[in-house]
Design a protein around this ligand. Sequence first.
Ligand SMILES: [Fe+2]
Ligand SMILES: [Fe+2]
Length: 162
Amino acid sequence: MNISQEMLNLFIRQIIHEDANKNLYLKISSVLKNMGLNKIGIFFAEQADGEYGHKKILIDYLNDRNVNFEMGSIPEVNYEFKGVIDLGTIYVEREKGTTSMLKDITHLALMDGDDLTYQHIMETLIKEQIEEESTSQTVLDIANLAQDDIFKFSVMFEQNLL
Ligand SMILES: [Fe+2]
Ligand SMILES: [Fe+2]
């Protein structure tokens, strides 16, 4: 096999995680749309599309390296609206957690001497996390500035992020 078994396990874990991110953002999108915050709902649906793209990057890489793998099952994703500061906090924590998991992959790649995996993950997914973390932090910053007021949050969100 072109990558180690331990690396494959981390890839499968990441594929499941990116899928769970997708479902979380789709769920948030639905909740926001049902509250009447359609544009912010669309923003989260777009983030969900991005998460699907991340899953595809991982699968495409395994395919390119001729690695056979089993798809893991995605855990159930729960989200309940408890205000915009809570929403921003969940979003930031999710993206930081994602970066941390991707770093497990690059750190193992360094230990394995697996330069191809290291470079690919650095150039694609980890590079993208800079923007993903920044965007989620902006959402939380705006929620804090709006002092958890949904109306103020939505006006500032549309001005800054759409
Ligand atoms: Fe992602
Ligand atoms: Fe993300």
